[in-house]
Unconditional design. Structure first.
Length: 83
């Protein structure tokens, strides 16, 4: 979160020990998944013909040992109610 905050503020993150694409000792065996966050209160009463289902208000990214686990973690973190 600290690195993302610095990046969004345009502040250098050189003082942080962050991995780069050239880093060879990154953890292996993990995949990332992202899930959109929808603001249903904002979309209430909208015309469905206008493709409001594509109007997300953010997204969540999570890691897991499988793509299904990563997606489930991201989905759960959006407070989506599982059936």
């Amino acid at each position: 979160i600290e690195a993302a905050t610095k990046a969004s503020m345009g502040v250098p993150a050189d003082d942080m020990n962050l991995p780069t694409l050239e880093t060879r000792d990154r953890p292996s065996g993990y995949v990332g998944g992202k899930c959109p966050i929808f603001s249903f209160t904002r979309l209430r009463g909208s015309d469905a013909v206008l493709d409001v289902e594509m109007a997300s208000t953010g997204e969540v990214a999570c890691f897991g040992t499988t793509k299904e686990e990563a997606f489930l973690k991201a989905l759960l973190s959006t407070n989506f109610k599982m059936p």
